[in-house]
Design a protein around this ligand. Structure first.
Ligand code: NI
Length: 162
């Protein structure tokens, strides 16, 4: 178990295309464990390998249901739209409104290198889209509607209530 340093916006590694994973190795397995540890340490719901400086097509997600790692992920279909707030561990303390599909089907390999096809909706769908974008060097900030802001809407609403 290890927490890795999260690369932040301005770091070139976040703008690069990641390479596919051809086989599971102890090193890749360790990377996946460390990605989970790092995501939980920073209270994220998803993390992509380039965010810890590794240019491989690997993501981890956990929106509070079940933790999943996905290798060589592809969004193969999508349906509907959702517009909501998004943030990124590589751009700490910033948020922006992004429109994403409401539902997606994502395919790839699980950590045993078995092919999987998962359907996701709502936050999980948003999360898969966000993380897969990282593997092609894209950040949500490219798709933000309006201004990027400093306070999450949820926190802003809590402040208004006080
Ligand atoms: Ni991100």
């Amino acid at each position: 178990m290890a927490i890795r340093k999260v690369r932040e916006v301005g770091d070139d590694v976040l703008t690069k295309e990641c390479r596919e994973v051809k086989k599971m190795t102890p090193r890749i397995s360790q990377l996946i464990d460390d990605m989970f540890d790092t995501m939980y340490e920073y209270n994220g719901v998803g993390l992509a390998a380039p965010q810890v400086g590794v240019l491989r097509r690997i993501i981890v997600v956990d929106v509070g249901e079940d933790p999943r790692a996905l290798i060589n992920p592809r969004i193969v279909s999508h349906e509907g739209t959702q517009t909501g707030e998004e943030g990124c561990l590589s751009f700490p303390g910033k948020y922006g409104i992004v429109t994403r599909p409401m539902k997606v089907t994502v395919e790839g390999l699980d950590r045993n290198m078995n092919p999987v096809s998962w359907e996701a909706e709502g936050l999980l769908a948003r999360c898969f889209c966000h993380e897969v974008d990282h593997l092609d060097g894209h950040m949500y900030t490219e798709f933000v509607e309006g201004e990027i802001h400093d306070v999450a809407m949820e926190e802003a609403m809590e402040e208004e209530d006080e």
